[in-house]
Design a protein around this ligand. Structure first.
Ligand code: PNS
Length: 188
């Protein structure tokens, strides 16, 4: 499906969806940290739209189609999650929905400055849009798409940090053999 097609086609649908949060990001690839934020947001919002940014300048590992495919497969049995992609400004995308909130996960204070600037810029562009931050759960505060890609590229195990589907896609991307190596977590 082309970018924003879903939103254009179904714009009317948003009127009766209740409280909607947009969860924007690169999701290159999606991690359990992201999934944890979505699951917790569903306790607060009626719908969460995972909005995958098409930003070629960031030179993503996975194409937007590949990212859409993975995220849709992961949330296929979660009816209150919609998955879409967008190009251009987030505020323009959000304006096409009834959402008033952009959702972001915060792992550590080091995330804060970047997030604070982005939230402030978005609010300046669109005063109706608020950014809601959720602290990442303790099990995932060290997990980022960037480190997942680096570890996977170098042959390390990322099982338990990203869904199995993502593990497989990373291995395909980096042409690595399938391994049974288990990630060593805090509790191991
Ligand atoms: O997962 P990321 O890469 O930290 O997500 C960043 C993202 C996609 C949310 C941000 O770059 C974004 O909103 N891009 C769309 C362009 C935009 O609206 N820029 C102005 C905000 S400063």
């Amino acid at each position: 499906m082309r970018r924003c097609e879903m939103l254009k086609e179904n714009k009317e649908k948003f009127k009766n969806m209740g409280k909607i949060a947009i969860y924007p990001g690169s999701f290159d690839p999606i991690t359990y940290g992201h999934i944890d934020v979505v699951e917790r947001a569903l306790e607060i919002f009626d719908k969460v739209i995972v909005a995958i940014a098409e930003n070629e300048e960031k030179r993503p590992l996975f194409s937007v189609e590949e990212r859409l495919g993975m995220v849709k497969a992961i949330f296929t049995e979660t009816p209150n999650v919609m998955v879409d992609s967008f190009k251009g400004l987030l505020v323009d995308y959000v304006a096409k929905t009834n959402a008033k909130v952009s959702l972001r996960g915060l792992r550590a204070t080091s995330d804060f400055e970047y997030e604070f600037h982005m939230a402030s810029m978005n609010r300046s562009l669109s005063p109706q849009l608020d950014t809601l931050f959720m602290m990442t759960s303790k099990d995932y505060f060290f997990v980022s798409s960037r480190t997942i890609k680096e570890v996977a590229r170098l042959g390390g195990g990322v099982e338990g940090l990203v869904p199995d589907l993502v593990v497989r896609r990373l291995r395909e991307k980096f042409k690595l053999p399938v391994t049974k190596r288990k990630h060593i977590g805090w509790d191991d």
